[in-house]
Design a protein around this ligand. Structure first.
Ligand code: AMP
Ligand code: MG
Length: 426
């Protein structure tokens, strides 16, 4: 973890109230680190967890040369250009059995997919390509295949002693299968990250309560906690907290004691009821406060407490779309690194904009977009219309965010834009 003086030095020359998104992402990436603790899990329990060390392959996969086809195995040296080859079937080699006897010249073996290649044989002719003669021979037409065809090589998937999976890899279905192919039943992963969340605001009430005058139902708790669950962290949810410094302080202290990261929403603007900044200054440290982005401009990032591993605080804006966008753009990548994952840029697609998108350089803008395939087969994107930062229904209609980068200006209809798709991103 980067020390506080180091962070302060890196922030020199930057305005913590006006950071561009890319710089903020870099600072966050330097600020956070993986948990020190790991645990060992059965493969069936390890989906979406993060590998805690480089995994060295204990064996070759496949462990032997084997047949890629159902067919006939023979020594490829017997193939002559322009000539047919007739071979006597000397026996059968099944997957899971081994064939020991060396074959005589002019002989072949009936072989099944996955069966170990018998000694001296290096080529397989698929069964549908041969002519079977009545006298126990097969005939291979001229120039049908090359020596060595249809043989899978020992270690062609994974080599013994090589890194099969790197530390920081997320254990996807394919990665779990790969571990199983190495014969491993267990895997060492980083402990689960603990993230506390509560909404703030005097007007916020919980769904299920009788409507109160001038109140707003707490949607942020449900969007953000769902995003956190998708990430695979342990979520510690709290009820909404009013705009009261004493209550907020108690809630922040409790959350910081229980979690690696604390996420709040609301109260990070500069209104009379926005208490988070002075509180954070007192309880820890403010690292930055505003990002040159829309929506999501006020975003508090700081540290709560001063111990060995102080909790990191992300104060999201209260507006429901702004909260989600700030989470996706900045908080999620930081949390992924805190889970132990390697830092990776968010994958962007390119799509042709169906409309003019007004934009001035100097901030990153995220517009809710609907991506589809055009009649020409290319990806196209249109916006959901009203881009108000409270219009949560537009996040339901959208399937991605159009990313208009910091230095980008107005995009004309027909120009390509970057899109961060929700599927895969959230
Ligand atoms: P704030 O960031 O506290 O100034 O809030 C900005 C706007 O977002 C206000 O209209 C709030 O009512 C609304 N808001 C704040 N928190 C929530 C929440 N948890 N759920 C839904 N709307 C919220
Ligand atoms: Mg508020």
């Amino acid at each position: 973890m980067t020390s506080l003086p180091e962070i302060a030095a890196r922030l020199q020359g930057y305005d913590p109230d006006d950071l561009d998104v890319a710089t903020a992402q870099r600072f966050l990436s330097a600020l956070v680190s993986a948990p020190e603790e790991t645990e060992t899990l059965a493969l069936s329990q390890a989906l979406d967890r993060v590998l805690a060390h480089d995994l060295i392959s204990p064996i070759n996969v496949p462990a032997h040369d084997n047949s890629a086809m159902d067919g006939y195995a023979f020594a490829g040296g017997a193939l002559q250009p322009g000539q047919a080859l007739k071979l006597r079937i000397a026996g059968r080699a099944h997957a899971g059995a081994t064939w020991e006897r060396a074959l005589a010249p002019g002989e072949c073996l009936r072989i099944m997919t996955g069966a170990v290649m018998p000694p001296g044989l290096d080529t397989v002719v698929p069964q549908e390509l041969v002519t079977l003669a009545d006298d126990g021979h097969v005939e291979i037409a001229p120039d049908l295949l090359q020596p060595g065809a249809n043989r899978r090589h020992c270690g062609e998937d994974l080599r013994q002693g090589a890194v099969a999976l790197a530390r920081g890899e997320r254990l996807t279905p394919a990665a779990l299968g790969l571990l199983a192919s190495l014969g491993l039943a267990q895997v060492q992963v980083f402990r689960r990250l603990r993230v506390a969340y509560f909404s703030t605001g005097d007007e916020i009430q919980s769904p299920g309560e009788a409507p109160r005058a001038a109140a707003v139902y707490d949607s942020n708790r449900y969007t953000i906690c769902a995003l956190l669950r998708r990430l695979g962290v342990e979520v510690i949810e709290g009820p909404p907290v009013g705009d009261d410094p004493a209550l907020l302080e108690a809630a922040l202290r409790r959350a910081a004691g229980e979690a690696d990261a604390v996420i709040t929403s609301g109260g990070v603007s500069t209104g009379d009821a926005d208490h988070l900044r002075p509180l954070l200054q007192r309880l820890g440290e403010v690292i930055f406060w505003r990002i040159a982005m829309r929506p999501g401009r006020p975003l508090a990032v700081g540290r709560l407490g001063s111990g060995h591993r102080p909790a990191i605080l992300f104060g999201l804006p209260g507006n429901p779309v702004a909260a989600m966008v700030a989470f996706i753009a900045l908080v999620q990548p930081a949390l992924q690194q805190m889970m132990g994952r390697r830092a990776q840029p968010q994958p962007l697609l390119q799509a042709v904009s169906g409309e003019t998108l007004r934009k001035r350089p100097g901030r990153t803008e995220y517009q809710r977009g609907i991506v589809s395939t055009g009649t020409d087969g290319r990806l196209q994107v249109r916006t959901t219309g009203n881009q108000g930062s409270g219009v949560l229904s537009s996040m339901v209609q959208a399937n991605g965010l159009i990313v208009l980068h910091h230095d980008q200006a107005t995009v004309q209809a027909g120009q390509a834009v970057d899109v961060l798709m929700f599927d895969g991103a959230i």
